[in-house]
Write a protein that binds this ligand. Sequence first.
Ligand code: Z5A
Length: 216
Amino acid sequence: MTLPARFVTFEGGEGAGKTTQIKRLGEKLAQAGIAAIATREPGGSPGAEAIRNLLVAGEVGRWDPTTEAFLMIAARRDHWLKTIKPALDAGKWVLSDRFHDSTRAYQGHGRGVADADIEALRRLAIGETKPDLTLILDLPVADGLGRAQARLKAKASGEDRFERMDTGFHERMRQGFLAIAKAEPKRCVVIDARADMDAVHAAVVAAVNERLGVTL
Ligand code: Z5A
């Protein structure tokens, strides 16, 4: 039996462990003989990576919230057309580090762009496309920023524009993800990201098995 290709997104605040968990789920899928790609937003295609450079570095006030939402969603359309859709069409699972819920949580809940406006842009950019499963890694803001800072120091990447936004912004963004999960319980699973990496991985695998009908 051939399994359908699945689109799985990982969401949450900075340092929640999305990159770590995507790598581990990718390894688990490979062991099970399931072809998958790992990708990220903003970015994931050459055009979207170019837009990413405009978004993740520089002054906090570089973009007003609506312009920032336009840029995120422009990058998403390119990512969808050039990377995600072709992979799904080729029968590969797609594991994406962030997708549209990040725009609703960051630019919407965090920076005050109306959800109706974000959703209008989403319809224009990607239509009714939705992930099959969204795993929201939930972590207290201070813990996540601490982890992200340690990682940034290690990489010296300078991609810290969002980390430098104030704590109130990060708290609103966290509550935004939880509100999305509450509104769409069939698509979203909230995972407690305070646990150690092995425990979070076990929760990710359990959610994938239960929601997507596989046995990893
Ligand atoms: N953004 C937006 O505003 N709107 C949008 O629509 C989209 C994005 C799509 C992208 O930055 C930024 O763009 C992002 C939101 C905004 N804001 N920020 N920052 P990014 O891709 O560079 O950043 P990120 O998505 O937040 O990734 P991150 O900081 O790398 O976090 P992560 O991927 O969730 O975590 P990690 O890299 O796996 O782990 C971070 C560190 O914690 C690392 O040292 C790990 O070894 C450690 N770690 C991981 N798991 C654990 C556990 N369980 N225990 C202890 N330590 C752990």
